[in-house]
Design a protein around this ligand. Sequence first.
Ligand SMILES: NC(=O)c1ccc[n+]([C@@H]2O[C@H](COP(=O)([O-])OP(=O)(O)OC[C@H]3O[C@@H](n4cnc5c(N)ncnc54)[C@H](O)[C@@H]3O)[C@@H](O)[C@H]2O)c1
Length: 360
Amino acid sequence: MGQPLNLGIVGCGAISAQYLRTIDRLPQVRLVAVADLDLDRARAAVAAHPGVDVLTVPQLMADARIDAVLNLTIPAAHAEVALLAIAAGKDVYCEKPLAATGEDARRVLEAAQAAGVRVGCAPDTVLGTGTQTARQAIDDGLIGRPVAATATMVTPGHERWHPNPDFYYVPGGGPLLDMGPYYVSSLVTLLGPVTTVIGAASRTRAKRTIGSGPRQGEEIPVTVDTHVTGVLVHESGALSTLVMSFDAVATKAPNIEVHGERGSLVVPDPNHFDGEVLLTRLGDEGPRPLPVSAGYAGAGRGVGLIDLAEGREPRAGGTLALHVLDVMESLLASAHEGRAVDVESTCDRPRPVALDALGA
Ligand SMILES: NC(=O)c1ccc[n+]([C@@H]2O[C@H](COP(=O)([O-])OP(=O)(O)OC[C@H]3O[C@@H](n4cnc5c(N)ncnc54)[C@H](O)[C@@H]3O)[C@@H](O)[C@H]2O)c1
């Protein structure tokens, strides 16, 4: 192994602890410093990490030791922070979505290309054994020609548990932009890029009530659609049906199913790294679990950094993230305009991940 990737984290909120746990297990990555608009949060995040500096955002960007910035800020700040990192000549790996709008995401990728730095983006869950084993099954022809998929995510809303849920209900949030990146990234990994979308969407209420933490009981405004459905037409001809909702209580539908001419797969939750893949072949009595055959085993949020650290174009990459954002924005445009919308961007299916125990 060469020199580790020297990393700085910007944004030390709820999700940062999960990244810190993974980074602690990655010999390829060395955490140098963290920053947040709220320096107390930054200090608290690395209280158990002696030697990691707590800096302001400008100090972190100017720090010549840092090769790459892990951007864990809220969606509305993703592009601004990514552009600062790029302007400082650093690679950037962003929480999802890559930016609050496709336009901002394009600016980030263009700036990175001009500066000669790389862009990675969550979700890296699809690099885990769940989605990757399903992908291997499709690539091995176990279901024949894929013709369709369903993707279902239903929850009554994150304001029930997140102490600062405001960002879930403004542009960049909503069930589609918040949870869609997992599902659409998984569908593109499994079935390839999307060319056209047809959507419908609704919004049940104008306010939500925070359910936990110091702001419990406070009402926050809702300015985005909270139930979004649609069909994604993949370049391959396969059709994926998507249901993303913050307006419903529960579902028994699998997170993702992929149907081929000779078999059907149940694909585990794309918000998780692992989980059982079930295969039913034409003529089978019922589904059977497939052995784990691909992906990072025992992974956690942050494994997408491995490609950056090892000098490869990240599979959890900017081009995929832009396409995913474009698909989601096109779906909302379709819902609002009442017509099919062509998706401007495209991407290659990300390279598969061979079975690999994380940190081994
Ligand atoms: N919370 C989760 O379970 C979860 C899961 C997966 C992904 N994510 C994603 O992770 C990201 C962060 O989510 P979170 O739940 O940690 O949010 P959060 O609100 O808890 O934390 C965000 C942090 O970023 C800081 N911040 C905001 N703008 C900044 C700026 N311009 N410069 C520096 N710091 C800034 C805030 O002060 C805050 O500490 C979001 O993109 C979200 O979609 C969250």
